[in-house]
Design a protein around this ligand. Structure first.
Ligand code: ZN
Length: 87
């Protein structure tokens, strides 16, 4: 299998960081749940718990509406790894 795994171990990053409430203005945190094309990553890939996944979904949709996160991106400008710098 040539598929590269982005996530080595499954655990909820938000639980680990002890985040009670996910703010839509905090795009750095929301990037944990976004793919390189700014799509919401499914829980089975990120390992988020249900509580935080639902919170992230609401926050991401809100952030998109307020233009903090793009709905779609130009395929020419794909960031190699939006997760770098977040650990
Ligand atoms: Zn969690």
């Amino acid at each position: 299998m040539a598929e590269k795994r982005k996530y080595s171990r499954k655990y909820c990053k938000y639980c680990e960081a002890k985040i009670e409430f996910l703010d839509y203005k905090d795009t750095k945190l929301l990037k944990h749940s976004l793919s390189e094309r700014y799509k919401i990553m499914p829980r089975r890939l990120t390992g988020n718990c249900k509580k935080h996944q639902e919170m992230a979904e609401i926050a991401i949709k809100r952030a998109r509406h307020t233009a903090l996160i793009p709905y779609i991106i130009d395929t020419k400008n794909i960031v190699a790894n939006p997760f770098e710098g977040l650990q």
